[in-house]
Design a protein around this ligand. Structure first.
Ligand code: AFP
Length: 322
């Protein structure tokens, strides 16, 4: 018998966390259905409002956020959800609840209208006392993480802090185990970045990219791949190896991506698959957040590429060897 997401998590981490993953899977199934049929309903395009990040909300952003909030809100073990789309946490009146679920409901949503992969990214934190304080602590305290990529097939990837597994949505609406013990290659064939921003990156990042393009990192020949949908770019990097980088830019000097909703969950998955994730100088999972919507630079991928980038950044800021 094939294993569902909820069964897999329940067997390894108990029924409460199993129910959280079951709820995310249920929401993802609805989101996947909505995306699949998007062209047939009035679902493409902007919702007509901006979110707390100042970005145009797409109709599917709103649907995905509502769906996750609604389903997770029914679980007695969930104290709160913290969403990229909301200004603050949504608290539930569940006595003794011990988890907060932190998510980007639909990442890469500007790609929806052109039928390009998008995704849901999430992590689970333990709540003790104040919800916000509980989620600002370094990412090493995360209980678990995962993402769903809505692509040619719909895939749910998760870590419970010990390895990475993936599940594929079947025709009956169940995510079934399709790959256990996933490993990221130690050095990959791809780099993935928005090179149009390179002129305003710190020089160390330009030097690093020139090293990759010049075949000077262990004589490896690289190809470029960039979708502009983090989940999809990360998923390829996880499977094939290489590096995804979104460095600081003039427009976003602290980076564009969100520490809580994007960088931390993917960093945990990358590390659990044998890869690495840094903000340039420091490991992503060691960073505490100042606010729930903090942004960060993100360099994530195979060990060889991420270590080489970190070394280049350290040298550029005079930190010396790692
Ligand atoms: P949207 O959700 O607004 O499409 O943003 C997507 C995203 O946060 C992330 O998924 C991509 O990696 C990144 O932005 C792409 O940013 P650029 O368009 O600046 O390359």
């Amino acid at each position: 018998m094939a294993t569902t997401v909820e069964q897999y998590v329940t067997e390894r981490a108990g029924a409460e966390l199993g129910s959280v993953y079951g709820a995310v899977a249920a929401a993802a199934r609805e989101i996947a259905r909505k995306i699949r049929l998007a062209g047939l309903g009035d679902i493409y395009g902007a919702f007509g409002a901006t979110n707390v990040q100042g970005e145009q909300q797409q109709k599917l952003d709103v649907f995905a956020n509502d769906e996750l909030t609604r389903i997770l809100g029914t679980l007695p073990c969930v104290a709160a959800i913290v969403s990229e789309e909301d200004e603050g946490p949504v608290l539930f009146d569940h006595a003794g609840a011990k988890f907060a679920v932190i998510f980007d409901p639909l990442d890469g949503s500007s790609n929806i209208d052109v039928n390009v992969n998008v995704g849901t990214i999430f992590s689970v934190a333990k709540v003790s006392g104040d919800v916000v304080a509980s989620v600002l602590v370094p990412g090493t305290e995360q209980v678990a993480a995962g993402y769903v990529v809505y692509g040619p097939s719909c895939v749910f990837v998760l870590t419970l802090g010990s390895g990475v597994a993936s599940f594929t949505l079947d025709d009956s609406g169940e995510f079934l185990l399709s790959s256990d013990a996933m490993k990221m290659p130690t050095q990959g064939p791809y780099y993935s970045t928005n090179e149009a921003n390179a002129a305003t990156w710190p020089a160390a990042y330009r030097d690093y990219l020139a090293t990759l393009i010049g075949g000077k990192l262990n004589d490896k020949a690289y190809s470029a791949r960039y979708i502009g949908s983090l989940v999809a770019d990360f998923h390829r990097t996880l499977l094939k190896g290489g590096v995804f980088l979104y460095p600081p830019t003039e427009k976003a000097p602290r980076g564009k991506l969100r520490l809580l909703y994007e960088a931390r969950p993917l960093a945990m998955i990358a590390e659990q698959a044998g890869g690495a994730a840094v903000n340039g100088a420091d490991r992503i999972l060691d960073l505490a957040a100042e606010g729930i919507h903090d942004r960060t630079a993100l360099i994530v991928g195979s060990q060889v590429e991420v270590e080489a980038l970190q070394k280049t950044v350290h040298e550029s800021i005079g930190l010396g060897a790692l």
